[in-house]
Design a binder for this molecule. Structure first.
Ligand code: ATP
Length: 133
């Protein structure tokens, strides 16, 4: 029989952040957002900096992640994220400081900066700040 739920597990190098049965999950795939319903076909994709949206018994939970991989096998979605934070765990002042730091680096044409690194830091900060709403 087709299942109405699927297991979602989100892990980072530090800890298991989430492990529950959910109805629907949207993940920030490298090629665009992917909405995953139970009984999805097997899939593996890399993930961008973005938001994971989880629907569970009528509630929506959001999580900011900064890239990683997702695998779907046998009604289980596993997300291996570089970092994953719920909105209530985000220090928005810290994210604001990180954003300003990255913007300064990117604006400083004379400095010998690692452009990609600064750009990724800026994207992570903006992604965290977006979780305020
Ligand atoms: P910062 O420059 O402020 O450290 P960052 O983007 O370089 O930001 P990361 O390397 O992505 O930080 O994350 C390092 C650790 O700190 C991870 O465990 C991540 O979840 C946590 N973290 C980073 N920024 C925040 C934040 N604003 N609020 C809560 N946790 C954060």
């Amino acid at each position: 029989m087709a299942e109405s739920k699927q297991r979602l597990e989100i892990v980072t190098p530090q800890k298991k952040v989430f492990n529950e049965d959910v109805n629907f999950v949207v993940i920030p795939g490298e090629l665009g957002e992917l909405g995953i319903l139970p009984n999805h076909a097997p899939l593996m994709t890399s993930l961008k900096i973005g938001e994971v949206r989880i629907q569970m018994d009528g509630n929506t939970t959001r999580m900011a992640i900064s890239g990683g991989f997702a695998e779907i096998v046998k009604n289980k979605v596993t997300i291996l994220a570089d970092t994953a934070e719920r909105p209530e765990d985000i220090d928005f002042e810290r994210a604001e400081r990180a954003k300003e730091r990255a913007e300064k680096r990117l604006a400083d044409k004379s400095a010998d900066i690692d452009f990609i690194r600064a750009e990724m830091a800026l994207k992570r900060a903006i992604n965290r700040l977006r979780m305020k709403q």
